[in-house]
Design a protein around this ligand. Structure first.
Ligand SMILES: [Zn+2]
Length: 253
């Protein structure tokens, strides 16, 4: 029973603990090339949240990981069989209820450990922050961190070398042999605005990639996954610890 994982604990323990920070893993249920399971983002979010919370807890941070939300925004993948979509407005409603609970109980810090590129909580946090001004609302997007980039030859974006390496480390029994994987070849918008990042429009996923992957998983290994996982969770664990023990009036330098 890990004291920083709510799902493993009971009222006897929880009722007397003074938690400072709640961590909410948020993933997606979607195809990940031919070789990774639909739960890939949820496995990653749960494992990264748990290990980062362990690091924070052992330093003395009173952090607790909630059960994760397994569905994300998949509006662009509506025609991929059993890719499950939660609309942003539904996510907002879920988040509102979770934050209302925390706010009422006096636990004023929330970090979403996000594992899915279609999820974007920033605008929701702006609106919910107005509604619940005592709450510190933040998201961590591990896939945007650069700590582990040097380990990989092809960073890719979805079900590529990074995610495949992580899954080979975290859940190898759910990964097909790499010979079964597609090459993750992907098309880009023809407009330079999108290529340069100053223009944006949602991509129609099935127009971009045939195997649903973006990025070649061929060079993935469990060893790379383990090293990546360590580098990411050490930094996230430090962040969780720092936020949990820092007074909210003392967040700025
Ligand atoms: Zn993914």
């Amino acid at each position: 029973m890990r004291p920083y994982i709510l799902a493993e604990n009971n009222w006897k323990t929880v009722k007397d603990e003074h938690y400072q920070l709640v961590i909410l893993p948020w993933g997606a249920t979607e195809a990940h090339n031919y070789h990774l399971p639909y739960s890939t983002d949820n496995v990653e979010a749960g494992a990264i949240a748990a290990e980062s919370a362990r690091i924070a807890w052992e330093k003395g941070g009173k952090v607790i990981v909630l059960p994760g939300i397994p569905f994300g925004v998949n509006t662009g993948q509506f025609d991929v069989q059993l890719d499950m979509n939660l609309n942003p407005s539904t996510q907002f409603a879920i988040l509102n209820d979770i934050i209302e609970t925390l706010n009422r109980q006096g636990i004023y810090k929330l970090v979403i450990l996000n594992s899915h590129g279609g999820n974007d909580f920033r605008q929701m946090f702006r609106e919910l922050g107005l509604k619940y001004p005592k709450m510190f609302l933040s998201e961590v997007n591990w896939y945007k961190m650069k700590e582990a980039n040097a380990i990989f030859e092809d960073l890719g974006e979805h079900a590529g070398e990074v995610e495949t390496s992580l899954m080979l480390y975290l859940k190898p029994e759910w990964v097909l042999p790499l010979s079964e994987a597609g090459n993750g070849a992907a098309r880009k918008y023809k407009f330079s605005a999108m290529q340069e990042g100053w223009g944006w429009a949602e991509r129609r996923w099935t127009s971009v990639t045939k195997d649903t992957g973006i990025g070649d998983p061929a060079k993935a290994t469990a060893e790379k996954g383990e090293l990546c996982f360590k580098l990411l969770t050490e930094r996230i664990g430090d962040f969780l610890f720092e936020v949990s023990v820092t007074d909210q009036n003392d967040f700025y330098i």
